[in-house]
Design a protein around this ligand. Structure first.
Ligand SMILES: O=P(O)(O)OC[C@H]1O[C@H](O[C@H]2O[C@H](CO)[C@@H](O)[C@H](O)[C@H]2O)[C@H](O)[C@@H](O)[C@@H]1O
Length: 935
């Protein structure tokens, strides 16, 4: 069995040796510097590095301020270029471990811009047109016959990179076809995911896995034989299936749809901002295309028994596309980033398509309970489907939803951080900042990371506590992966202001490195830090905080038990809770006080807090993530498959009749609406039950060996009226809130009256609010439930949307009242979660057992039949099947109508007529007074 792990970027990519290209610089700083580094031999900082120390003018590229390059920058800049070579050649490890370490990486990798890797020689993107709105099908068609003028593209419609590359495509094609190439570790991709998969593979938990992804570089320029050879090598030697899409599709998908629409919206960059691109959906078509390419590639390789794990927001449509291609596949989806509130999500133009895409999976995993709740609520509001805490009920099946917080792999970290290069960096940094308190951070320059908020809070801290100004240093590592000139300029201004106000000749309180660190430097930095400060405005998880906590155990000769200042808007906040110094990054005063607390806490407190944080890191390891995701996926897939329509055979009426005839005491529980009688309009109160149903029921109940119950959502008084012509009939009313035994006048209340009164008072107001806004809707008050009928509303669409929103409100606001709102065709039913048709069936069964125990002439049922047609009957099927498998009853048959996803054991295809014929055949099979054997 293979587990396919589909992620936009493969963990490997290609490096070309072009004869005429500027080949990669040789490993500039292979051995880490000695404990006393000198400036000699250190690679000059790339020009961009120092740009944040310049006085900048928004909209203009800032120029380099003379003298702005600092000692701090030099130290950290020194190992950046040639990072890959160093990681390959610089470790004093034997080969096997070396390979291990090459794949272990910072969990929050800072991928370079697509097609812009600096350490590898790869094709650069060719000039292509950025997607134009006219590609959308819903755009107005051009008037017929009008000739389409071939106009050159307007400058602003050309993708930004179009201006970067000149030169002939053919000659570039030729160079890349002739060039030698090697497979290298990719810079792009999700480091946390890679570490998780690698640790699971090492531990033998993921024996046979295969990555599916793109190379993370432009590929149009590659000859088809080169692509084929690369794909073959990756498949045979690296367990990776390569997905090739053309550069224009990739750019439209990633740079446009993912980065300018999905990423901001999922991180609450509210799309009503006039600069937002959330409404520009013309890159959607590329998103669809790339997702389809993934689905096609996987489907081609999938075999029965294989499992598919689709990763992250780049591939939201893949689950549903796969479901179409391979209906029986086991498909899991995991979202690494945050899932926003439904109010934000609903601004996305293709909101339905995105949700439906995800719902093709058997299991959808999120980092936190909050994202899970948001997703369920969004589905209920936008798709008008029933969402329960376990998942989403669709017409044709159930999709489970759950929380699986990802973490880090402590074992690999232990190995890696004990390497000599890390030790040397620990010494170097400790020595450089001796006597100072170090606060560190590493973020992408992206509005959602909250670097601006962090710098402003730090500035407030220095202003509020000037006594700390020459004792503390904030090292902010910030990498730029997309062009954000305005943000960069703002950060530059703040950084400049802080340092010009608070620096002395001997001390500079802020080090802003606009470049990434080599891995050993990063490890050393989080080892020696006194605090880590994360101020993301939203973030799926944030594994840097986990890595920091893990490295603060004092085992590498550093000061231990540093404090974690953590934005409450990260997934990690739910993992660490109050053991971290949780902050609202928008509350600068609170952040400022958190910095003060972090720096002034005594060692005992720091240690106590760290122990809790450390426990949380170990509990949320990558091993647990893989294990719980894979076990849950297996379980839910089995559960869901067992309910599959395909697996449900047609009812054999003759075999059922035989069992009926051979049994001595029978219990039959039959649904009313759409099972015994066709369902009328919601407004019409059906006053009479069709004569054929009455006759059939009477035929059955006439036999003293039969106990027959009819179940319905209707109220007791309605049920009495509907079945007054049937003798000896048991009744289950209001979906199990009331039961009346055959030949008994009074009803047994299964719902708690007090509880009903309380929740009705709260829910009525919400229902009234929505009912007042939906012309033609009405509210029915039943004894134990409330029903919002909107099927005959004037505007059916508005009504359905309002009902979904109403359901969301009730399910949120009244969750602690133990009620739920269930959308059904044309109505929304609100009822308690304590009773349902199955709890009523259980009561009926108990009575039968007690009766048999008390009365020596009575027998326990040896034949149980349940017939129903919809979701509300499923719990009764489940209950009856369980009794049968526990051997509590000799024979049990559960029957549903039509083809639907069900737990019933058999289906009847001819609707109400089929049910009545079957029941008539049963009754007729045993002439009255002819029951076999003695009682
Ligand atoms: O920038 P992208 O290529 O679009 O990828 C998105 C980000 O993916 C990774 O972060 C996400 O997953 C992490 C692990 O589950 C989680 O901790 C983080 O909060 C998520 O945003 C990657 O680490 C980032 O660099 C990417 O930007």
């Amino acid at each position: 069995m293979t587990v396919f792990i589909a992620s936009l970027f493969l963990p490997h990519t290609v490096n070309f040796q072009l004869n005429n290209s500027r080949t990669r610089s040789p490993p500039t700083i292979s051995p880490p510097p000695s404990a006393n580094p000198t400036i000699d031999g250190i690679t000059p900082i790339p020009k961009a590095t120092a740009s944040l120390f310049e006085k900048s003018v928004p909209g203009k590229t800032p120029g380099l301020t003379p003298g702005a390059t600092t000692d701090h920058e030099r130290i950290f800049a020194s190992n950046n270029i040639g990072k890959v070579e160093q990681e390959k050649n610089g470790y004093p490890f034997p080969l096997a471990i070396e390979q291990d370490n090459r794949l272990l990486t910072e969990s929050e990798g800072h991928s370079p811009l697509w097609g812009a890797t600096t350490s590898l020689t790869q094709p650069k993107p060719m000039p292509v047109m950025s997607p134009s709105p006219s590609i959308l099908k819903h755009q107005e068609p051009r008037p017929a016959k009008q000739p389409v003028a071939q106009r050159p593209p307007a400058a602003e419609t050309i993708a930004p990179y179009a201006r970067l590359r000149k030169g002939s495509t053919a000659s570039r094609k030729l160079s890349f076809s002739r060039a030698e190439w090697t497979i290298e570790t990719a810079e792009q991709g999700n480091g946390g995911l890679r570490n998780a998969v690698r640790s699971a593979t090492d531990a033998g938990v993921l024996d046979n896995m295969m990555w599916v992804g793109t190379l993370g570089m432009p590929t149009d320029v590659l000859a088809s034989h080169t692509r084929r050879d690369i794909a073959e090598k990756l498949e045979d030697e690296y367990g990776s299936l390569t997905v090739f899409v053309n550069d224009c599709d990739f750019d439209g998908h990633y740079t446009h749809f993912c980065k300018t629409i999905l990423w901001p919206v999922f991180h609450y960059q509210i799309p009503d901002n006039p600069k937002s691109k959330a409404y520009e959906d013309h890159s959607w078509i590329y998103y669809v295309k790339l997702n389809q390419a993934f689905a096609d590639r996987i489907a081609k390789h999938w075999k029965r028994g294989d499992s598919i794990w689709v990763q992250d927001y780049h591939l939201l449509l893949v689950p549903a596309m796969l479901r179409k291609l391979v209906p029986d596949a086991q498909i899991g989806f995991f979202l690494h980033i945050a899932f926003p509130s439904s109010e934000v999500f609903k601004c996305l133009a293709p909101r339905k398509e995105l949700l439906q895409g995800m719902l093709g999976a058997n299991l959808i995993g999120f980092q936190t309970d909050e994202y899970c709740r948001h997703f369920l609520q969004t589905c209920s509001r936008i798709l008008c489907v029933e969402a329960t805490p376990e998942g989403v009920q669709l017409e044709d099946g159930f999709v489970n939803v759950g929380t699986f917080p990802i973490g880090i792999d402590p074992t690999s970290w232990d190995k890696r951080r004990q390497a000599t290069d890390v030790e040397r960096w620990v010494e170097t940094i400790s020595e450089r900042y001796q006597g100072k308190r170090l606060i560190v951070s590493r973020d992408k320059i992206d509005a959602v990371r909250g670097i601006r908020q962090k710098l402003l809070s730090y500035e407030l801290f220095l202003n509020t506590y000037p006594e700390w100004a020459d004792k503390v240093v904030l090292i902010q590592v910030a990498t730029s992966t997309t062009e954000q000139p305005e943000l960069e300029a703002t950060l530059s201004d703040i950084a400049m202001r802080i340092n010009s106000t608070h620096s002395t000749l001997a001390h500079q309180p802020l080090v802003f490195l606009k470049q990434d660190l080599a891995f050993p430097q990063y490890l050393a930095l989080i080892t020696v830090a006194d605090a880590l400060m994360i101020t993301s405005l939203r973030e799926g998880m944030n594994l840097t905080s986990h890595e920091f906590v893990y490295c603060q155990d004092g085992r590498c000769g550093n000061k231990a038990y540093g404090s974690l200042i953590l934005s409450e808007f990260t997934g990690s906040a739910s993992v660490f809770g109050n053991h971290a110094l949780l902050v609202n990054p928008w509350d600068y005063r609170q952040c400022c006080e958190a910095i003060h607390t972090a720096l002034t806490r005594d060692e005992k407190t720091r240690k106590q807090v760290w122990e809790e944080l450390h426990r949380a890191v170990l509990k949320n390891s990558t091993a647990n993530w893989v294990k719980s995701f894979s076990e849950t996926l297996n379980r839910v897939w089995n559960e869901q498959s067992s309910r599959e329509i395909m697996a449900v055979p047609r009812l054999s009426v003759s075999r059922l009749t035989e069992q009926y005839r051979n049994s001595k005491q029978r219990l039959m529980i039959i649904d009313y609406e759409d099972t015994l009688a066709s369902w009328g309009s919601p407004r019409s109160i059906i006053l009479t039950t069709p004569q054929r149903a009455i006759t059939t029921l009477n035929d059955l109940t006439e036999d003293p060996d039969n106990v027959v119950y009819v179940m319905s959502a209707r109220m007791p008084e309605e049920m009495e009226r509907l079945f007054r012509q049937v003798n000896n009939l048991g009744l289950i009313a209001e979906n199990g809130s009331f039961v009346r035994e055959p030949n008994v006048e009074s009803w047994t209340h299964l719902a708690d009256k007090m509880h009903v009164r309380t929740w009705k008072a709260s829910v009525s107001n919400i229902l009234a609010y929505f009912q007042a806004r939906v012309e033609g809707s009405w509210i029915e008050e039943r004894h134990c439930s409330l029903v919002f009928h909107h099927g005959s509303a004037e505007d059916r669409h508005v009504a359905a949307r309002s009902a979904a929103e109403c359901a969301g409100n009730i399910n949120d606001a009244c969750a602690n009242l133990d009620v739920h709102a269930i959308p059904v065709e044309g109505a929304l039913i609100v009822e308690t979660i304590h009773t349902n048709k199955a709890s009523a069936a259980e009561k009926v069964w108990k009575w039968a057992m007690e009766n048999a125990d008390k009365n020596e002439n009575a027998l326990k049922p040896d034949f149980l039949l349940v017939v129903g047609d919809n979701r509300e009957d499923e719990p009764v099927f489940r209950w009856a099947n369980k009794l049968h498998s526990a051997k509590a009853v000799k024979y049990a048959m559960t029957v549903t109508l039509g083809s639907r996803s069900t737990e019933a054991k058999a289906t009847l295809t001819q609707g109400v007529t089929g049910v009545l014929s079957c029941l008539q055949q049963l009754a007729a099979s045993v002439p009255l007074g002819s029951t076999p054997g003695p009682k």
